[in-house]
Design a protein around this ligand. Sequence first.
Ligand code: IFM
Length: 455
Amino acid sequence: MENTFPKDFVFGTATAAYQIEGAVNEDGRCPSIWDTFSHTPGATFAGDTGDVATDSYHRWREDLALLNDLGVDAYRFSIAMPRIMPTPNGIPNAKGLDFYERIVDTLLEYGIKPVVTLYHWDLPQYLEDAGGWLNRVTSYALGDYAAVVAKRLGDRVDTWTTLNEPWCASYLSYGAKEQAPGLGLGPGAFPAVHHLNLAHGLMVQAVRGIVGDKSKYSVTLNMPFNRGDADACHRLDLIANRAFLDPMLRGRYPDELFAITKGICDWSFIQPGDLENAHQPIDLLGVHYYSTNRVAMSDRPQFPQETGPSTCPGASDIDWLPTDGPHTDMGWNIDPQGLYDTLMRVHDRYPEVDLVITENGMACRDQLVVNEDGTKAVHDADRIDYLERHFAAAKRALDDGVPLSGYFVWSLLDNFEWYFGYAKRFGITYVDYATQERTKKDSFLWYRDFIASRG
Ligand code: IFM
């Protein structure tokens, strides 16, 4: 595939702390909700935990060297709040800050831009014990933590991303039982939605107060793209996308969101000033894209009084239909046109912000091959095909006027895929979990050549 992206287009790859670091009991880190959840019997596939993961807390040099070989312009990684603020007393842990400083400085030595996610789901357990995202105190704690990180790293970080996928951190985590803390409260997840929006704004303010406009500010969202019945798509768009984007980018919730959640949520947790706080200028909106959904209105009554667990409270009268194949190892359909459609729609609705694809990639059933000479390889042609088609869709959107400035492949390494543990491999680098040996997959070599062929 010819690389016709502009010279200044940012090619990158991404990871997240709990998915790769391991070392959960080292250097003063406190337990997070994911430690608790993954150690709960039955909560994750095969009882897998992030205790060791890809051991990147110890192998970070090797991993950053991979990035250098890959030739990326930027690396998106997350900082673990449990390493920085391990107790409720507000005193930062120097060893945690030192660790991330080493990463940032090494990236800069390689000429790779650090793109920092401040919150990728690993909430300290002590905050959860006080109500977690259902308690607005958590939003302020995240603001304080962001300030601590900015004081240490602020002069060297290219882009600050406040939250990773607040949809998952609220609906999947508090509405359903799929992710930590797995409370299954259905509509009881709406306070978490709001407090995440508030935390986003408080984090932007905290970092900007220290760094000013030397860095860029962003948030990343998975924005489920639905095809099918227009009413169902509209409703899901309100619940899954606009519940975050409108407060963050416009300073208000859509009136229709209040209308469709009438009877299941009174939104009384919104306090005066919250929306002004949530609504802060940002430079980039991170789009995560993997697949699309197909939906229809069911014949169940509209707006039932929902009480049970739900990944999308307010939408229990909507049916998810099977999607056309092919599907990835996650069971997600492969639909590059959906990426184009997502980018066009988001830009159409929020033209004031530039877009960056902060996650896209594919889980495959990768097989490690040992060659006759003892070298190892992974021939992941499906992943290369997936990436080629999605890069082409992104380029079409760019050509059609979307201000798209970058693309981060998920993920640099195979890693702990949350509920699915180590059963799903998203990496362009294969990790043998028994030995922690890294092997560059064919997709790594393809991506390296693709980046190098730019211009
Ligand atoms: O692994 C996750 C990541 O942490 C958040 N976005 C989706 C990825 C694949 O499921």
